[in-house]
Ligand binder design. Sequence first.
Ligand code: CS2
Ligand code: MN
Length: 356
Amino acid sequence: MEMTLRWYGSKFDTVTLKQIRQIPGVTGVITTLYDTKPGEVWSRERIHSIKKEVEASGLHISGIESVNVHDAIKAGLPERDSYIVNYIETLKNLGEEGIHLVCYNFMPVFDWTRTEVARRRADGSTVLAYTQEAVDALQPEKMFASIAEDANGSIMPGWEPERMEQVKELFALYSNVDEEKLFINLKYFLERIMPVCDQYNINMAIHPDDPAWSVFGLPRIIVNKENILRMMHMVDNPHNGVTFCSGSYGTNRKNNLPDMIRSLKGRIHFAHVRNLKFNSPTDFEEAAHLSSDGDFDMYEIMKALYEIGFCGPIRPDHGRMIWDEVAMPGYGLYDRALGAAYLNGLWEAIEKSQRR
Ligand code: CS2
Ligand code: MN
């Protein structure tokens, strides 16, 4: 595996490439063109320029998170074909710049959903948190406002203000889309992009739905072992792979994370590893990465990745806000750096004990 950190670009991130370069063991960044909208073509020039910027710091681009998929594709609207053409063009431009990993998601309307982005924990840190009760009591339009308020001035990924202004219209697009239809739309999209992925050796890595169940009545499919295996089989190409995100699949306590990892051998192209602490099955918060701070056995998760021969990029996921840092919730420097160091430590121990 290669240890990486997510970086939003110098215009949007409070964390600098220089800081990332100084985290021991981190050699790459996962980045994006944060100001592009879903459906736009990423120009070769812009990709080239961010690549040069990253390389000048002594790091390299290990992958993209995300090239977002336009809602017309997810909802299966007639205009989806032109957006797929654009997506293919973006993939080609990435491939020509030597970038071979693209993380994306297929969640209708919203990306991840949290009901608090700054819940205070006993140690004084603040973390992202979710309660089903809060979602049930909330109008989807209100959700955006409450998230934006606590986001320290940053735009949260997947919660772009322009899209959120149209939340009602976006919901209407999916009025006839159930889970079955969403699977079919995903298949349609993947079948059309696989040829360019084959040509440029691009690994597509779908991010799970977070939380791993339907919210606000919208269909969600990338939620468990059965569904993800169905997706792997329905477009049976190694370039059709997954981002294994422990914190997203792990929202559903029925998901056995090490078992899921083993069943996806050869198809995990990217890993997000983080821990959750459950206060009840429908109330959880994003704990520190350490096993002892949450409910996941991080050693078993890393061991399963090691045992399937995982060799792609891995990154700590959302970190806590600690040491008075002011940053995009989940994406400060300090706690993610601690997470990277911890995951690297687990990996070294696993590697050495298995070699003996
Ligand atoms: C998530 C997502 O992993 C994460 O940080 O919160 O925002 C994720 O980046 C997207 O769903 C991937 O497309
Ligand atoms: Mn993730």
